[in-house]
Design a binder for this molecule. Sequence first.
Ligand SMILES: NC(=O)c1ccc[n+]([C@@H]2O[C@H](COP(=O)([O-])OP(=O)(O)OC[C@H]3O[C@@H](n4cnc5c(N)ncnc54)[C@H](O)[C@@H]3O)[C@@H](O)[C@H]2O)c1
Length: 437
Amino acid sequence: MNLCVIGTGYVGLVAGTCFAESGNDVICVDIDERKIADLRSGKVPIYEPGLEELIRRNMADGRLRFTSDLATAVKEGMVCFIAVGTPSDIDGSADVRMVLQAAADIARTMPGYRIIVLKSTVPVGTADQVRETMAEYTVHPFDVVSNPEFLKEGAAVEDFMKPDRVVIGGNSERALSLIKELYAPFVRTENPILVMDNRSAEMTKYAANAFLATRISFINQVANLCEKVGADVAEVRRGIGFDRRIGHYFLFPGVGYGGSCFPKDVRAMIRTAEETGMNFSLLREVEAVNERQKYLLVEKVHARFGADLRGRKFAIWGLAFKPRTDDLREAPALVIVEALLKAGAEIAVHDPEALGRARELFGERVSYHRVNYDALSGADALLIVTEWNEFRRPDFSRMRPIMKTPIIFDGRNLYEPAVMQQEGFLYYPIGRVPVVQ
Ligand SMILES: NC(=O)c1ccc[n+]([C@@H]2O[C@H](COP(=O)([O-])OP(=O)(O)OC[C@H]3O[C@@H](n4cnc5c(N)ncnc54)[C@H](O)[C@@H]3O)[C@@H](O)[C@H]2O)c1
């Protein structure tokens, strides 16, 4: 099938590449000409495990191409995926202007029937808005299919190749059966393709992200309560996780969720409810809990070192909002670093993939370290903010002597308190009894 994908971010690039990998001819479009130039020269603008190799192979085989000329792409691609951003507007609603702009651009240039697939996360009713917008610009027939994406950054290729389910929404049999055909190679293990109406498909994406965010805020508050009453959230998590109605996933306490999806999608769902006159109070609290949780490590640092952190140095391991990505959008680390800087601290950061992006944000205000141990030199404490695998078993005997004081504030509960005590560290985990002497 000939496909065009509009927007080559985390979603569009992964989707386009995976569709090419399953034998389709894919042309990816982006308005960011530098991104397109980079991609054409084999440079992948984001870090996503396995992606670079797939892009190279499919480009070499001629199935994957990149352009900034939308008209050419729409001419060739019978199915046009829209995977542009839908950022939060100031009132919290999802800003769908880029989606509507892309739809209008497709309508203006399409030479005949086209299927528009909405892969961006869009509020309920957007498919209808897209239909209305396109009708203004074209006389050709078209169908609009909602196809929310559930991939996780850090495992995006794997998720796309083996989705738990594919959701497609629409009202045209012809379009829906074509899209089903397109996804058939990815659901060979009988995972379902769920067909529904556009509005239900749009809502499914928000309900999924809002539910996952709710689990995170829930376990974070349980962890905070565990700290107060002397219980261990690691045990509690195991204790509830074996209940099949609950399960183990998304029950790890930490420094709050971040990234380009959960925060904005929770806000957008609150706003959608508000527009109908409904107060989605549960989600408001999920968001408020999350905002507070981002300051938890900072509060622990102040409790230990006082309000004034001038003359103190802190090492931060992990900046990306989750491991295996370089994405810093709404990452809790940003809040933590800013708060510590504001209190006068010196900050040394390490992240396996996100240092380049961090430099764009913090400039010369922090020091950057490619090797995690280098950030520790002379540090009053280490703060662990992202659970990269490489932080799970560090050489503690190498860390202790280079730090000014062997103290770890662990925002991801990577280590066992008893082990830390043996290793001679003061250790502040989340929701577990700390090692304070
Ligand atoms: N990132 C994720 O993990 C994830 C997962 C599921 C769903 N989503 C949703 O998918 C959508 C895209 O997310 P992303 O993280 O890939 O965004 P992104 O910001 O990384 O990428 C969007 C790309 O679209 C391009 N673009 C914008 N307008 C364009 C236009 N008119 N023509 C061509 N290109 C245009 C931008 O230049 C950018 O490269 C969002 O709605 C998001 O909520 C994201």
